[in-house]
Design a protein around this ligand. Structure first.
Ligand code: SAH
Length: 253
């Protein structure tokens, strides 16, 4: 049987998510029947669209999304793993994305204003999910980001299923650099090895570049990977090359 996923979004403005469903890997997985995205509009589940939000008890600025319309939307989505987008949540990364798609039915609640009534979080939410340490004004934005990240991991999303596997973070390494035609651009040549047709050499070069970029740009990632003896040898080579390139540091140069 074919693997299928359902992603439900509960939001005040689910129409913001709609255009993203019509392009790229997301459209591919939807067209292939691998993913069904359903949008639940809080303006419609509320008895009165004007009663989606209300003032916070205790006073203070901003509005809070009322619990009843969200509860009603949750009744419509049926059972699923319920995620509330929140800056206070677990931070999304590639590893967490792969874990999340182990659930075939995800329900995403998008907050707005000051957020949603905490009783919804306490009673119905399985996971609070953040897309980064900053505050958005709309959970729909977090929804679009998450939808994009998760959908490209589903079967049928990529023309070449191995493509996502070489992306940054997949093996805790950053991706190698890419070049396309022309061979010379503003005097800069494409690295010779990429034109060699020698796939073994190219693979080794890519691995080395991935290690180099990770070492220089995100050394923290290297703490979480099992480096093979070959990786360690490549890293030693890289360190020697970088040091040789930098030369001795002379103050006042
Ligand atoms: N008062 C809340 C922020 C509300 S922001 C707080 O400080 O925790 C309004 C909505 O935007 C939130 O309900 C949430 O759904 C969404 N949001 C804001 N920042 C987010 C982030 N970093 N990740 C995911 N969702 C976020």
């Amino acid at each position: 049987m074919k693997d299928e996923w359902i992603f439900d979004f509960i939001a005040i403005f689910p129409e913001l998510i709609e255009p993203f469903l019509e392009v790229g890997p997301l459209k591919k997985v939807i067209d292939a029947g691998t993913l069904k995205v359903r949008l639940f509009d809080l303006k419609k589940t509320a008895d009165n669209p004007k009663q989606i939000d209300d003032y916070p008890f205790g006073g203070g600025p901003g509005m809070v999304l009322k619990p009843e319309p969200i509860k009603k939307a949750l009744e419509k989505t049926g059972d699923g793993y319920v995620i509330y987008f929140s800056p206070q949540g677990l931070r999304l990364n590639q590893t967490l994305a792969r874990r999340l798609i182990e659930n075939r039915h995800l329900v995403f609640i998008c907050g707005r204003y000051k957020g949603i009534d905490e009783r919804i979080v306490d009673k119905y939410v399985d996971l609070e999910l953040s897309i980064g340490d900053y505050v958005l004004s709309a959970g729909e934005v977090a929804g679009i980001v998450t939808l994009d990240v998760l959908s490209r991991l589903l079967p049928d999303a990529m023309g070449d299923p191995d493509s996502a596997k070489t992306d940054s973070f997949e093996s805790n390494l950053l991706d190698a650099p890419y070049y396309t035609r022309p061979r010379v651009f503003e005097g800069e040549k494409v690295p010779e090895v990429l034109l060699s047709g020698n796939h073994k050499l190219i693979e080794k070069w890519r691995r080395k570049e991935a290690l180099k970029r990770t070492l220089l740009k995100r050394p923290d990632l290297l703490e979480n990977i099992d480096l093979s003896p070959e990786d360690r040898r490549l890293l030693e080579e890289i360190i020697k090359e970088v040091l040789a390139h930098e030369g001795p540091h002379n103050k006042g140069d």
